[in-house]
Design a protein around this ligand. Structure first.
Ligand code: IVH
Length: 708
């Protein structure tokens, strides 16, 4: 029997060592798949089993525990947690300023708060905002006794042992006359160069890599084994303090210089500013140095220098009124465009994606950027092999802002946008807009439901919350069911319950689908077997037909048959086409999209497999008749405004009733308003109605009008 199948009790020492090595590698690979690629390849249960086996072997053979044991790695639930540390003074956050005006406003706010004349302004400090992790270090009589992470600001984790491994954090403060007790605060970070080197080393060793220095530093700081932290080159800049048993100085800057004398690292770009202009000049100077610094910064922090004034200014909610972070705009970087990939969405839209030589920008390693569409590539004349400038701001998708033509390799060819879908091989075309006659921006695959990319996206839309709303049928389930050939078209979803009951399909044995979730899924599918017509129409994913248009169609046609028959007939029958295109909010473009959808044989076949038919498809869905707006209701065709409080029904209920009776509800009174229903507290709308001579009734009259 191979060692991997043996119970832990039966393993020999040699086998146990081999097993621990294998488990360490396997778990690390799964961690990478899960944490970095977000694409786990085993079920949670299988993963847990690997970890449990690792733990059991370690428990039996403690001498064999490996240095790279998965039981101590971050990214996995730690075997034991860190102790908690209550911050004596909470660690709060900073308000942000995104531009010179907001800095001006910050200064003005302070002047006003302190009631200073225009000519007077307190002094400020300016320093880089380090993109790291804050830590609070408690020193007692000059000795480092305890260090904690920020945590939720009130309470952090005790990472004393790890912080002790950081050379920038003195074990004893230099000099004497230190307060008996002080919480010194600053930022733990990793240098960019060290990050790149460490990440390469970790990758070569088959261990977890990180997207940016901040995450790497965070991982290192939260190591349960301080020996591992010690191998990671972490650094520390001091930026302030929390509780202190005796004042350090009269100003922020004097206090910081004292801490620097004590052995802490004060950022070398730290300076004092005497006016808004000097603050902005400091910001520009630091911004210019930013790309050359070996650490990530994301702004400049300004603080009122006088501690007495800080005291007076105090805090607004969770940030000090005396400080602000002036943030930098998106960062740009140069890299190489290695390839252009084409992705295909639900409607068949082909989206080009730039594959980039990994580059560290705006705080993360970027490997992809959107290229939007064919025109964009053409306009910027982007070619594979080009050096490109990319920009990343906040969480937005990285963009290519420009190409560096001078660096274009010889022979780089113009990019030809594909005319075939890369997923299914069907023609990819740019439709012409029927209204303008111009080519549309988007290139689309014509494969429809024969294109796997489109099918998966369409299935996802079909089951989504605003469509058929099948709980438990998310992206992952659809992708898995599609790839296993179990669900290839919407109708397959409704055949699932029967196939599971007859044991033809065994979902429970699939990864990540336990008995419970299978029965929940089956129940969720059954619950949607009789969908509202509007939901079903929306779920089909017909181009230009979303929730609203689907609602219009449902109300107009009332039954599925009437809708489908008219839509099919409209291909040839002018009267049918006219009926479609004359429905409110549906013009010729949308009518044509509906006709095109029904004209495709594979769409009609797919509908036959979806919709209930006693003989051909007994497990199909039975769309419910929509409520037809009653033509004869006393309010049909009228525009109604509700104002003031209603007492017998909510405003939403009243509106829904009005709409279902064929009225239109508007939010404002105009000459076109037919009726205003006014409850107590009605104000300007009531006055306008009276001024315009619009009929006004109260709630009781309204209820009587609509027949109770
Ligand atoms: S002063 C009351 N100065 O930014 C909070 N913070 O967004 C005073 N940070 O939690 C904070 N560099 O972790 C200050 N030079 C600096 C900083 C800095 C980085 C971090 C810190 C803080 C966060 C607020």
């Amino acid at each position: 029997m191979p060692a991997r199948e043996k119970p832990v009790e039966d393993l020999t020492q040699k086998e146990a060592a081999a097993e621990l090595a294998r488990l360490s590698d396997e778990i690390a690979a799964h961690d990478r798949a899960y944490y970095e690629k977000d694409a786990p390849v085993v079920s949670d249960a299988q993963y847990d089993a690997l970890r449990r086996r690792n733990d059991a072997i370690e428990a039996r053979f403690p001498a064999l525990v490996r240095a790279d044991t998965p039981s101590k790695k971050v990214g996995a639930a730690p075997a034991a947690g860190f102790g908690k540390v209550l911050h004596a003074v909470p660690m709060l956050s900073l308000d942000n300023a995104f531009g010179d005006e907001e800095v001006g406003a910050f200064v003005e706010r302070i002047r006003r708060f302190l009631n200073l004349p225009d000519t007077e302004l307190p002094e400020f400090t300016a320093e880089p905002k380090i993109d790291g992790l804050s830590a609070s270090l408690r020193y007692e009589k000059g000795a480092f006794v305890q260090g904690a992470t920020r945590g939720d600001g009130r309470e952090g984790e005790d990472v004393t042992a790890n912080l002790r491994t950081i050379a920038d954090i003195p074990v004893k403060l230099k000099g004497t006359r230190w307060p008996d007790s002080i919480e010194i605060r600053g930022e733990v970070y990793m240098e960019k160069s060290a990050f790149v080197a460490m990440n390469e080393r970790e990758a070569a060793a088959g261990r977890q890599t990180y997207v940016n220095p901040r995450n790497f530093a965070a991982g290192a700081l939260r190591q349960l084994d301080a020996k591992i932290t010690a191998t990671r080159p972490l650094r520390f800049f001091v930026w302030g303090w929390g509780a202190t048993s005796a004042p350090l100085a009269k100003t922020q800057s004097d206090a910081m210089h004292r801490l620097a004398e004590g052995g802490l690292k004060l950022n070398p770009l730290y300076r004092i500013c005497k006016s808004t202009e000097e603050l902005l000049a400091a910001y520009r100077a630091i911004g210019e140095k930013r790309p050359k610094l070996d650490y990530e910064i994301d702004g400049v922090v300004y603080k009122v220098d006088s501690l007495a004034l800080q005291e007076r200014l105090g805090f607004v909610s969770r940030s000090p009124r005396w400080a602000i972070a002036h943030k930098f705009p998106a960062e740009q970087a140069e890299t190489i465009l290695e390839d252009i990939d084409i992705q295909v969405g639900r409607t068949g839209a082909l989206t080009p994606v730039a594959r980039l030589k990994p580059v560290f920008v705006g705080g993360v390693t970027v490997t992809n950027a959107t290229l939007h569409n064919a025109d964009e590539i053409e306009r910027k004349d982007i070619r594979i092999g080009d050096t490109v400038i990319i920009q990343r701001a906040g969480d937005v998708i990285p963009q290519i802002v420009a190409i560096v033509k001078e660096k274009r390799p010889k022979g780089a060819k113009k990019y030809h946008f594909p005319d075939k879908c890369p997923v299914c091989g069907s023609n990819a075309v740019r439709e012409t807009d029927p209204d303008t006659g111009e080519a549309e921006i988007v290139t689309r695959c014509t494969g429809g439901l024969t294109c796997p990319a489109q099918v998966k996206e369409r299935l996802r839309h079909f089951a989504s919350r605003r469509a058929l709303d099948i709980e438990g049928m998310g992206d992952k389930q659809i992708a898995a069911l599609y790839e296993d050939g179990i669900v290839r078209e919407p109708g397959d979803i409704f055949r699932l319950p029967e196939r599971v009951r007859s044991a033809e399909v065994r979902l429970a044995e699939r990864d990540r689908m336990g008995e419970l979730s299978v029965s929940n899924l089956i129940r969720a599918i059954e619950a949607r077997r009789k969908p509202a017509l509007a939901r079903l129409i929306n779920a089909l994913g017909i181009r230009h037909v979303g929730e609203t248009i689907a609602g219009q169609l449902a109300r107009h046609f009332v039954t599925w048959d009437a809708f489908a028959q008219t839509s099919i007939a409209a291909k040839k029958d002018e009267a049918a086409f006219a009926e479609l295109s004359s429905i409110e909010k549906i013009g010729p473009t949308k009518a044509q999209a509906i006709v095109d959808f029904f004209a495709e044989k594979h769409n009609r076949d797919s509908l036959d497999h979806l919709i209930y038919d006693p003989k051909k498809n007994p497990t199909g869905v039975e769309p419910q008749e929509a409520e037809k707006p009653s033509q004869s209701s006393p309010v049909s065709g009228k525009t109604i405004v509700f104002t003031g409080t209603l007492e017998k029904m909510t405003r939403d209920e009243a509106k829904a009733r009005a709409v279902s009776l064929g009225a239109q509800v508007s939010g404002s009174v105009s000459k076109k308003t037919h009726l205003v229903v006014a409850g107590p507290g009605a104000g300007s709308k009531l006055k306008e109605a009276q001024a315009l001579g619009v009929e006004v009734i109260d709630e009781d009259a309204w209820i009587k009008l609509i027949g109770g």
